[in-house]
Design a binder for this molecule. Structure first.
Ligand code: PNS
Length: 165
């Protein structure tokens, strides 16, 4: 059984993420979407909220499981018995950070392999950060996220704007 672990903040989960999960699902027996704590970011959604939203976004993909983890990615790979890490590469600008992360993970565990997949062209500029910014500033973010995410983002934006008043 070949399992790939797809870690990320997924805050929020976008069409780019879904695209990668779908295509990885054709190559691996199992894809584990692993929601992680990124200590450099303050998230919009709690980990539990992200887990249930991603499960809904992926409900038509049979070989996907969604989990959460705290701590090191290399430990999560062992815990979830994955053979490799999957990350998306959109542009050159992603490469430096992704290479650094892949090399750090391999330095921590020599067995840790990272596989990169590129999104389809229409998703190549979509990022969680930009979706959040566009949504917060009142533009139409709906083309960039799976339908199940739309009401959740709208509600969260409303909540955040109320808090800012
Ligand atoms: O979607 P993101 O925020 O770019 O994902 C980054 C993430 C969560 C995969 C990365 O921060 C991570 O692996 N965090 C777990 C902690 C860890 O193992 N850090 C050392 C390797 S960089």
């Amino acid at each position: 059984m070949k399992t790939v672990l797809y870690p990320g903040s997924f805050d929020p989960f976008t069409n780019g993420h879904l695209d990668l999960v779908r295509r990885a699902g054709l190559l691996f027996d199992q894809v584990i979407v692993a929601i992680a704590v990124n200590y450099q970011k303050s998230p919009m959604f709690s980990m539990e909220e992200r887990k249930s939203l991603i499960e809904r976004c992926c409900e038509d993909i049979v070989n996907v499981k969604v989990v959460m983890f705290r701590g090191l990615l290399v430990e999560a790979i062992e815990r979830f018995e994955a053979q490799a890490v999957l990350r998306g590469l959109r542009a050159f600008s992603d490469f430096e950070y992704e290479l650094q992360m892949a090399l750090m993970n391999r330095s921590l565990r020599n067995s840790c392999e990272t596989i990169f997949m590129t999104p389809t062209q229409e998703n190549s500029f979509v990022s969680s950060h930009m979706v959040k910014e566009v949504a917060m500033l009142g533009a139409d973010f709906r083309p960039y996220v799976p339908p199940a995410m739309i009401p959740a983002i709208e509600a969260k934006i409303k909540e955040l704007k109320m808090e800012q008043k």
